[in-house]
Write a protein that binds this ligand. Structure first.
Ligand SMILES: Cc1cc2nc3c(=O)[nH]c(=O)nc-3n(C[C@H](O)[C@H](O)[C@H](O)COP(=O)(O)O)c2cc1C
Length: 362
């Protein structure tokens, strides 16, 4: 068994898979259920000064991702402070309290959550893309709290500038990414937008945003020294490993926990452990930032290097051939790749359900 425990900002997590600010940690009951379901840490739903008036419908699973228009917690801060945090602490895991948004709101909220927070996570979601109000909110939290202040980032295009700015302003960790949008889905049976927001728009999460999360984490971890907690599209152990290889040292799961229930945290950490064992890693920390190290040894290539077929794995299902627009694949008694036709695009490798094709990345 590989070691799964991680230390982030001085906090010990028995495994790196935690809840994310969202329905899976919407109150103490859900936090306790997450702990029972194997989460290694608890991040609570973002609260703000006033409860959110959440438009309905506010959640939808589409065939290309999950949409929500949930805003922040609909539970008043008084209830969180008098009841929910106290109870959530009974989970016995590091408790990271989500709050937002402006410096004035944080100034009022920070002293209230202080008795319960092992760390706080400030959502920057509704603060815009300008770095000034984000840094002001961070400073307002740092003025009051002596626990780590983690900044939850939206998937900004120029993530490096904003990540560096919050590190320079004293952030203890980054959490990335929040859901992506705005996006829209329409119920074709009625013609109505599915989300009940005034615009009909919502925010995309789940597997489709994982490549965006990977890119953001990868870019940010190249320019900051503070830890990054990865979130966005993690559905299984290998997805968690991917975000960690991009530079994350902890993982949050939101959408998959909504869709599959709180036992998902244990399932993902078990799969992560199996993956590490299979690959010969003794400690999960060994894979953090691996892709950055690897990219230093990669050469840019414009010539074709056809994939190698592992014939003992190939079932000749033909999935690769269907998508080979270069007409390079034939199947007789075994799979053949015509090297004179193969463009080396790599699609067949990623399509093969049996992992029977390998391509060189260097
Ligand atoms: C229904 C729903 C509610 C969410 N509420 C919050 C929130 O209150 N605060 C926050 O920072 N992020 C919130 N998020 C964003 C998630 O924490 C997470 O960053 C995002 O969904 C990407 O992770 P995932 O693909 O695992 O869902 C919410 C996401 C969903 C789907």
């Amino acid at each position: 068994m590989a070691n799964l425990s991680v230390n982030i900002c001085g906090l010990e997590f028995p495994n790196p898979i935690m809840t994310a600010a969202g329905p899976g940690a919407k109150d103490a009951k859900m936090c306790i259920a997450a702990a029972k379901g194997g989460a290694g840490g608890i991040v609570t739903k973002t609260i703000s000064l006033n409860p959110a008036y959440v438009p309905r419908p506010c959640m939808a699973r589409t065939n290309s991702g999950f949409l929500n228009t949930e805003l922040w917690s609909e539970i008043p801060k008084e209830q969180w402070i008098e009841k929910e945090y106290k109870k959530a602490k009974e989970a016995g895991l590091p408790l990271i309290i989500g709050m937002g948004y402006t410096k004035d709101q944080i100034k009022e909220l920070a002293p209230l959550v202080k008795p319960y927070a092992d760390a706080v996570e400030l959502s920057t979601h509704y603060v815009g893309t300008d770095v000034t109000p984000i840094v002001e909110a961070l400073k307002a939290a740092k003025d009051v709290l002596d626990v780590p202040v983690m900044m939850k980032m939206s998937p900004h295009t120029d993530i490096q500038t904003i990540a560096k700015a919050v590190e320079n302003a004293g952030a203890d960790a980054l959490v990335m990414i929040n859901s992506f949008g705005p996006c829209m889905a329409i119920d074709v049976n009625t013609g109505y937008p599915i989300m009940g927001s005034k615009t009909g728009y919502g925010w995309l999460s789940g597997a489709p945003i994982r490549p965006l999360a990977v890119r953001c984490i990868y870019e940010a971890s190249k320019v900051v020294n503070i830890p990054i907690i990865g979130v966005g599209g993690v559905t299984c152990g290998k997805d968690a490993a991917e975000l960690m290889m991009a530079g994350a040292c902890g993982i949050q799961v939101c959408t998959e926990a909504i869709l599959k229930g709180p036992d998902i945290y244990r399932k993902i950490s078990k799969e992560l452990n199996e993956f590490l064992n299979e690959k010969g890693y003794k400690d999960v920390n060994e894979i953090v930032g691996l892709a950055i190290k690897k990219s230093n040894h990669r050469e840019f290539r414009t010539h074709s290097m056809p994939p190698v077929v592992e014939h003992e794995k190939c079932t000749k299902c033909g999935q690769c051939r269907i998508s080979c627009v270069y007409d390079a694949i034939t199947i007789d008694d075994r799979l053949n790749i015509d090297e004179s036709k193969c463009f080396g695009c790599g699609l067949c490798v990623t399509k093969c359900p049996k992992n029977a094709l390998r391509i060189s990345y260097i």
